[in-house]
Design a protein around this ligand. Structure first.
Ligand code: SDX
Length: 429
């Protein structure tokens, strides 16, 4: 029997709304007809109880600390797959077989170069511009270079744009870094894996051959997997909302990058490392934990808490393992900040404030330490997040555009401004 929810209004009317079941997870009350029937809106700033869409891509159970990409647990994907396999899974819904993977990898690898004129675009930025500012500008400008496949209603065009974005993001991110340090851009190489290619574009210099370290490449590849998608988070919702107007995919991804930049979202890994540097020493941890608990102090423990996870973020556990591997590989197992992070995590998880509010380390807590150990500067952390999340944004955008029922997103409001009043001419005010 179809489930329903009944709303009783104070004028005595009762209205029934269908309840739609998910494959797993919470049901939803379909209230699309509410305003037409009752003349009232729902009110949910921050969307704490609102499902903005239906999706088959990523599932999160915040209470159980579960994250599934197309039904596969993140722990298993991190162990058995590499990032391009996960890209294939997110884009097409199934893991590739050997031939499908080889064809996909070849297509991506052969689209990693950017238009040579795009390199001149960087010259317009100050060298000390934040790399995320450069990313927003350059990715937004891609539609000026790739206007040959922007018919979003053409599945072939959407596929070409998806390949271009997944393939070119590492090149664009590496160019943003090279530009900021005054080194020459490094062209991609087709004989390297996706992630090895990225590390070479980031760290190679013309003066010497770049040596690929397989352990570090695997660690960064896993970081990409952990950041690839995450349901309807703020930046993904931004991409969907921008896409719902029919904007081209490059403009939508640029909007997602802009949203991700915020310290409450993707900017948290950069903010977390800055926080650890500010804490400086294990002896200072208690002082900062107390500040985080003080309502009158805006300070929050960066890398802690999550809108959905009210248990351990499964990505944080995998990130901590990756941290161990990288620091051991580099002989940095006594890394000061890593030891500080371990101490901070232990103290916070034993503190009633964090336990009662179910605040656990999230994906951003350890990712900064790993990236710093890999030689990636703090200012580039969110760019790395954007690089990895691009495939998730594209998969979610494509899912929306492919849905024949999709409409432009246009929320309403609770108006609490002035009622109608007459303008008084300035001489009489
Ligand atoms: C990401 O949505 C996603 O999926 C995002 C993401 C993804 O993959 O896309 O997972 C990536 O953005 C991870 C989150 C990174 N952000 C941070 O680490 C910044 C620090 N965290 C907080 O800003 C906060 O926890 C949020 C923004 C992550 C979540 O905010 P919510 O859900 O709006 O919760 P809230 O701010 O209302 O917090 C609930 C309570 C509050 O206390 P009360 O008002 O109830 O008394 O917990 C407190 C908050 O003050 N709190 C914290 C805290 N986080 C929440 N107190 C101290 N330190 C913190 N970090």
């Amino acid at each position: 029997m179809d489930k329903k929810a009944t709303l009783s209004l104070n004028d005595g009317r009762t209205l029934d709304f269908p309840v739609l079941p998910g494959t797993i997870g919470p049901d939803v009350v379909d209230i699309r007809t509410l305003y037409g029937k009752a003349g009232v809106f729902t009110y949910d700033p921050g969307f704490l109880s609102t499902a903005s869409c239906s999706s088959a891509i990523t599932y999160i159970d915040g209470d159980a600390g579960v994250l599934l990409y197309r039904g596969y647990p993140i722990e298993q994907l991190a162990q058995h797959c590499n990032f391009l396999e996960v890209c294939y899974l997110l884009l097409y819904g199934e893991l590739p077989d050997r031939k499908q993977k080889d064809d996909f990898v070849s297509m991506v690898i052969h689209h990693t170069m950017v238009h040579e004129q795009l390199a001149r675009l960087y010259q317009g930025f100050r060298r000390d511009a934040h790399p995320m500012a450069v990313m927003v500008g350059v990715v937004g400008a891609l539609s000026a270079f790739y206007h040959d496949a922007l018919d979003i209603n053409n599945p072939e065009h959407r596929s070409i744009s998806a390949f271009r974005l997944v393939a070119k993001m590492p090149t664009i991110v590496a160019m943003s870094y090279k530009y900021s340090i005054g080194q020459p851009f490094v062209y991609p190489r087709n004989d390297l894996s996706y992630t090895a290619n990225f590390m070479r574009m980031m760290f190679a210099v013309p003066a010497e051959e770049y040596k690929v370290n397989a352990v570090l490449v695997k660690a960064l590849d896993r970081i990409f997997i952990l950041h690839a998608d995450h349901e309807q988070n703020a930046s993904t919702s931004t991409v969907r909302l921008a896409g719902s107007s029919g904007a081209n995919p490059f403009a939508c991804i640029a909007a997602g990058i802009a949203c991700l930049w915020g310290p409450a979202h993707g900017g948290a890994n950069e903010a977390c490392l800055q926080m650890l540097e500010e804490i400086g020493d294990v002896a200072q941890v208690g002082k900062f934990v107390n500040r985080a608990k003080d309502k009158n102090d805006p300070f929050k423990l960066m890398g802690f808490g999550h809108r959905v996870y009210k248990n351990h973020d499964p990505r944080a556990k995998l990130m901590r393992e990756t941290c161990h591997e990288v620091l051991n590989e580099l002989g940095l197992h006594n890394d000061r900040l890593f030891k500080l992070a371990i101490a901070l995590e232990k103290i916070a998880l034993e503190d009633d404030y964090f336990v009662s509010k179910k605040l656990y380390p999230n994906v951003d807590f350890y990712s900064g330490i790993v990236q710093r150990a890999l030689g990636i500067p703090t200012s580039m952390f969110t760019c790395i997040f954007a690089l990895a999340r691009t495939v998730g944004w594209i998969a979610q955008w494509n899912e929306m555009i492919s849905d024949p029922e999709y409409k432009i997103g246009r929320p309403r409001q609770l108006y609490q401004g002035a009622a109608r009043r007459e303008v008084v001419p300035i001489d009489k005010r």
